[in-house]
Design a protein around this ligand. Sequence first.
Ligand code: ADP
Length: 315
Amino acid sequence: MIEARGLTKRYGSKTAVDDLTITVQPGVVTGFLGPNGAGKSTTMRMAIGLDRPTKGTITVNGKAYRDFAAPLCEVGVLLEAKAVHTGRSAYKHLLAVAQTHGIPRRRVDEVLGLVGLTEVAGKRVGGFSLGMGQRLGIASAMLGDPGVLILDEPVNGLDPEGIRWIRTLLQALAAEGRTIFVSSHLMSEMALTATHLIVVGRGKLIANTTVEEFIRQASGDLVHVRSPQAARLNEALARDGVTVSATGLDTLDVNGLTAQQIGEAAFAAGVPVYELTPRQVSLEDAFMDITKDAVEYTHGTTPGQRVSAPTGANA
Ligand code: ADP
């Protein structure tokens, strides 16, 4: 379990992490999401003592990282896959790390097998592709067979096969009861990998919920309706808190009522209904919507372009 309480980090006048209170539970993959510069890496660095909080605390299994006698056996970390000696082989790199903790050689072979690097174990790390580097980083994180894994953007630069591999691995590790805390700025990837989401923007907590609930909240009660008497139905649905927009000659998008309430209102008004479909926004749209005020760096816009994605209901 990872627990942050009032965690705050300032660099000069810049607040990178702002009063963050979160608990990352074991047994599920928790996605740590936010636009670039939201404070994800800083939070992860503080969890393992690479940065000192300005205020507040962050602990792993109830302890500060520096208080662990054998930290690799408590928490495995991948922050920067390129942080390896390029002249060493993958095997030697892992062996050197293992020897700091008295971890036996056979565990080095095991983790090389786990990440699929056995065949290239004797090759210099300097010649590794980005994907191979990420696999080596995960092998290092797994060396001490820790109950907690902290991975910063592990799918960056991976090909589709590599992305699927990491996804399956993280889910399997979570199912063993481990705590898996994985950051990404890619919502679509997290939608497939994570069960729980912690979303930050400009260092502040924006959402802490399940993927399912996150989408449900962002979708609201949006229902697509088709009726040959759309205008009459529109009138029949008019009430406080309900917005109805005509999307075609015989179609409406209704916000603020459930499909059941619309069906009942149509029945009461004697209006036939051909289609009644609750809609979900995509996780990507939900994420863009919820973080749009927290984006630190936006693309330059040309006239007519929008900075943030529209928050439409097109899943
Ligand atoms: P993320 O991982 O979500 O992209 P970071 O944690 O890397 O975000 O950065 C959060 C903010 O803190 C950014 O504005 C970044 O520029 C700033 N920051 C991060 N590390 C430092 C540092 N060592 N010195 C000054 N500013 C920093």
